[in-house]
Each structure stands twice: as structure tokens, then as C-alpha cells.
Ligand binder design. Structure first.
Ligand code: 6MZ
Length: 356
């Protein structure tokens, strides 16, 4: 069958079977509610005085209407307080890797912000070391179909010294699977200009750069966007509030975009719904496009569902959806070895349901 022949309509099962590449997933935001509940139940058994609410109460099943004002406090006021031991960090990281794998994700670049838990004696280095060790253990197990790598996040609330510490950790753990550095956090906070030298140092050390870009109007001033583009990022996340001039600059610099439809729709970061999403613009651009989940633990839409939604709202058939998924190979941060592994996965993947 030729590529021009239309293939059968996409359904959820097809989207799940399709090999997928996830490039924009925040570790703590990717922990499912049932995993959070397991952690809570274990802690409650050991310490009946524990004052934290059950995750099923704090984040009721089915609740996905977190907006930009209620979303960020969820981490500092709840999830970070729950997942604050080495055991819970290990348990939740393993669960996140398994969840992505079960959803048909074959390559994952997970990102996380170095976190200190003073009361447990956990340093930022301990935190990153623990996460990196889980990824390495997962990758070593040949029975796993998913390979995972780490991106270290700088939070927009960080001081320059904290951002420098994040880059130090990224450089230290580069030989163990850290591939890049990210700028994330509440877009209403901070002045990105203070990190220019820090990101230049990361780039000079061979780390790739991805940035949350124009997520809200607050973080989409010309000055901020030109500053971020001057860091020569390799990928950009969200790219919601961009005008034609910025869009052309992104295309000129051939920067991959990470698009998070459900997050943008549910958190009301765009006006309208799925069919109004700026995927409609980027799908026709020359830059690589990766559909991503952002925070599947909060918005509850796994990557397969994001692919399904795109097929449904933008009329992509099975061939087009496979081509979209495969296209993300171009913007992975690890290089030739993983690129050829992924190309082989896609060329070997014959879905007998792809037929006219
Ligand atoms: C709406 N989309 C988003 N925009 C910006 N930053 C986000 C985000 N989703 C998550 N984070 C950032 O990731 C942290 C949680 O994961 P880690 O503890 O790092 O693994 C959040 O505290 C926030 O800073």
C-alpha cells in the first residue's frame, strides 16, 4: 500500500500499540493517583498520625480541571510532601517508567527538578542520584521495551546559584544518562535573563537545552522570547503565545517543539478546545513535532490518548499518526545510537490494521 492510500481510522487501541516517543514529561507530575495512594497508605500504616490527606481525596479521581493557578501549588503543598523519602522516590520513579512502557512508549526523556528534603536528610544530589539509578536499572533490563533518559529542570523561581547547582548535577550525572537541561515552573515567576550564563555553561558542557516557551501571556514578552531563543535551545515546550516573527525564528533555528494538548486545553492555556490547538500550525511547519503528556498524573491523558486526540480532532489516519510519532526521532537528545534503535522499531512495526 502506498503512503497516498488512506488507512483505517485511528482508535484508542491503535494509538496504544503505536510505538511512541515522550520528550516532555515532568517526573513528579507523571505519578498516577493510585501510585500516590500506595505511597500514602504505606506511610499512614507506619505513621497513623500522618496529617496528609489521602491522594484520592486531595486529587479526586477524574478531577483534571487544574488551571495555571491551582496547578503549581499542588506540588509544593501536597505531592512533594507525600513523596519525600528515598523509598517513595524509588517507588514512584519505577511506577512512572512502567506506566509509560505499558502505554507503548519506547523512548522517554523524563525531566525533574533537583529537590532537597531537609527533614529526611536528602540532598539534591541524593535525589538526582536516586532517580538516575532507577533509569539505569530500568534500561539495563533487556525485557524492557522502553529506554529512559533524564533532563534536569531549573525552576523559574530558582536563584542563579540554584540554577548553577542544577547544571552541576546535570554535568556530574551526564555519563549516567542525563542528557539535557530544562527551564520550567510557574510562568508568572522570575526573570529568565538571569540564567543566560548558566544555560551557556550547560550547552558548552554538551548538554542539550529545552525550554518552557510562551506558555502563558506572562511568559511571552518579546524580550523573554528573544532571550530564550538566544540560548540556542534544541527544543521548546508548549509554544502557545508565539507571533509569526517568533514562529519563523523557531523554524529558521530548526528547533523541535513539544506540544502538550490536554494540558493546554484542560488548564485553559489556550482559548477553545482540542481542534483550536496550535498543533494545527506546527504540523505544517518544517520543525520536528513531538506530542507529549507534560503531567499525566494530573491531567490523566496518557501519550496514546494524546495521539488519539490528534487523530480525532485533526483527521489524521493511521499512516499519518505513525509518521507523526516517528518524526519525533529527529529531536531526541541522545544521538545516533538511540536514533537508529528507534528507526528500526518504527520500520519493523507492521500493524496489520493499517490497511485501506
Ligand atoms: C503546565 N505545565 C508546566 N509548566 C511549567 N512547569 C511545569 C509544568 N508542569 C510541571 N512543571 C514543573 O515540574 C515540577 C514537577 O515535576 P518535578 O518535581 O520537576 O519532577 C513542578 O513543580 C513545576 O515546576
Amino acid at each position: 500500500m502506498t503512503a497516498a492510500t488512506p488507512s483505517a481510522a485511528v482508535d484508542v487501541l491503535f494509538a496504544r500499540r503505536l510505538p511512541k516517543i515522550e520528550l516532555h514529561a515532568h517526573l513528579t507530575g507523571s505519578i498516577s493517583r493510585s501510585c500516590l495512594h500506595d505511597i500514602w497508605a504505606d506511610r499512614k500504616t507506619r505513621d497513623p498520625q500522618l496529617e496528609l490527606e489521602d491522594p484520592f481525596v486531595a486529587m479526586p479521581p477524574g478531577k483534571v480541571d487544574y488551571d495555571i493557578n491551582t496547578f503549581f501549588p499542588l506540588f509544593s503543598s501536597y505531592i512533594y510532601r507525600l513523596c519525600n523519602t528515598i523509598d517513595s522516590i524509588v517507588y514512584s520513579t519505577k511506577a512512572v517508567l512502567q506506566d509509560f512502557q505499558r502505554d507503548g512508549v519506547v523512548y522517554l526523556e523524563l525531566r525533574t527538578t533537583p529537590r532537597r528534603v531537609t527533614e529526611q536528610g536528602i540532598s539534591k544530589d541524593d535525589y538526582i542520584k536516586t532517580v538516575v539509578a532507577q533509569l539505569r536499572e530500568h534500561n539495563r533490563d533487556k525485557s524492557n521495551s522502553l529506554q529512559a533518559f533524564l533532563i534536569i529542570s531549573v525552576d523559574r523561581r530558582n536563584t542563579v546559584a540554584e540554577a548553577e547547582e542544577a547544571v552541576d548535577l546535570a554535568i556530574k550525572y551526564q555519563p549516567d544518562g542525563v542528557v539535557g537541561i530544562d527551564l520550567c515552573g510557574d510562568p508568572a515567576q522570575g526573570d529568565v535573563r538571569i540564567y543566560t550564563a548558566t544555560f551557556a555553561r550547560a550547552k558548552a558542557a554538551g548538554l542539550k537545552i529545552t525550554l518552557h516557551f510562551a506558555e502563558t501571556e506572562n511568559s511571552a514578552s518579546d524580550e523573554e522570547l528573544h532571550t530564550l531563543l538566544s540560548w540556542q535551545p534544541d527544543r521548546l515546550g508548549h509554544v502557545v503565545h508565539v507571533n509569526d516573527e517568533i514562529r519563523k525564528a523557531i523554524e529558521r533555528q530548526d528547533i523541535g517543539v513539544e506540544l502538550c494538548l490536554s494540558c493546554n486545553v484542560l488548564a485553559k492555556m489556550i482559548t477553545g478546545s482540542y481542534s483550536d490547538h496550535h498543533f494545527s500550525v506546527w504540523r505544517h511547519s518544517t520543525v520536528p513535532v513531538a506530542l507529549c503528556t507534560d503531567d499525566v498524573g494530573v491531567f490523566c491523558s496518557p501519550l496514546s490518548h494524546e495521539y488519539y486526540l490528534v487523530a480525532k480532532h485533526f483527521g489524521l489516519d493511521r499512516h499519518q499518526l505513525k509518521a507523526l510519532s516517528e518524526g519525533a526521532i529527529r529531536s531526541i537528545f541522545t544521538g545516533a545510537e538511540q536514533q537508529s534503535r528507534l528507526s528500526k522499531i518504527f520500520s519493523d512495526w507492521i500493524d496489520d490494521t493499517i490497511r485501506a
